[in-house]
Design a protein around this ligand. Structure first.
Ligand code: DGL
Length: 274
């Protein structure tokens, strides 16, 4: 049984390309694991949808990954992590989940000095108050300043990761948070690390940028090791990508910004069936 789990893949999902920032870090810390990614590109963005719709989509995404016999599921989406974890954990009791919210918030709470933390995220993430709740649980003295930043996901999906339009949007979104004297900024959406260079330029050196990918990858590694189910093979694991729609520039954008060559590994899936 353990041997079977050791050889099973890790499942990862997001609404689109954002979760690939998490996949990339998982690949670095766990190079031997086989990874199966599902991006719900036909229904992206999730972050402006109702909680009921986000939960319905999340259940379908998990049903799909379970058909691939995954041993653990990484919810590489802050919107789902903020709005659907209870329902996923209740409905799917036999599979361990790693969300992106807790590792991100924990790390931010550990590195802030002045206890003023900014969070940017989708309307559904910020509207849920998830980061505020979790950060306050880690340290009740932390002050949280949040901002909904709904234009960033469409910009990322379209490959607008730098340039004048993106810079203007980012400046507009971040100005108010910078004025609050935050020393830490949480990128509360897995699409946002794609803008990290531009965001760092706008925030300057005094603000630490926290992105969920690295912390989440470390959490996955710890869970696999603690349960003795990490893959023991000595060769690189396979990466297989499933999308609910294949946008024209998907591979190009992914290669350009994540340096992941996905040309042969992408397959379309009808997610409404699950
Ligand atoms: N990347 C996702 C997140 O972390 C989803 C964004 C969206 O689809 O709106 O929230």
């Amino acid at each position: 049984m353990k041997k079977k789990l050791q050889n099973s893949p890790v499942g990862i999902f997001d609404s689109g390309i954002g979760g690939l920032t998490v996949l990339k870090e998982i690949r670095k810390v766990l190079p031997n694991e086989d990874l199966i990614y599902f991006g719900d590109t036909a229904r992206v963005p999730y972050g402006i949808k109702s909680v009921a719709t986000i939960q319905k989509y999340a259940i379908q995404d998990v049903n799909f990954l379970l058909k691939k016999d995954v041993k653990l599921i990484v919810v590489a989406c802050n919107t789902v992590s903020s709005n659907a974890m209870d329902i996923l954990r209740t409905k799917f009791k036999n599979i361990p989940f790693v969300d992106v919210l807790i590792p991100n918030a924990l790390y931010a709470s550990q590195i802030t000095n002045n206890l003023k933390i900014g969070v940017i995220g989708t309307p559904a993430t910020i509207g849920s108050g998830s980061y505020r709740k979790v950060l306050k649980r880690f340290n009740p003295k932390i002050k949280v300043f949040s901002k909904m930043t709904p234009l960033l996901v469409p910009l990322a999906e379209e490959g607008f990761l730098k340039g004048e339009i993106t810079r203007l949007v980012l400046k507009n979104y971040l100005g108010g948070l910078i004025n609050k004297n935050i020393d830490t900024l949480i990128l509360g959406c897995t699409h946002y690390p794609l803008f990290e260079k531009e965001i760092s330029k706008i925030c300057g050196k005094k603000i630490s940028i926290v992105n969920s990918a690295l912390q989440t990858a470390r959490t996955v590694k710890n869970i696999l090791e603690d349960n003795d189910i990490e893959n023991r093979k000595e060769t690189f694991g396979n990466i297989k990508i499933y999308l609910s729609d294949i946008p024209v520039n998907f591979s190009k954008t992914v290669y350009k910004f994540l340096k992941l060559d996905l040309k042969n590994g992408i397959e379309k899936v009808d997610i409404e069936k699950y």
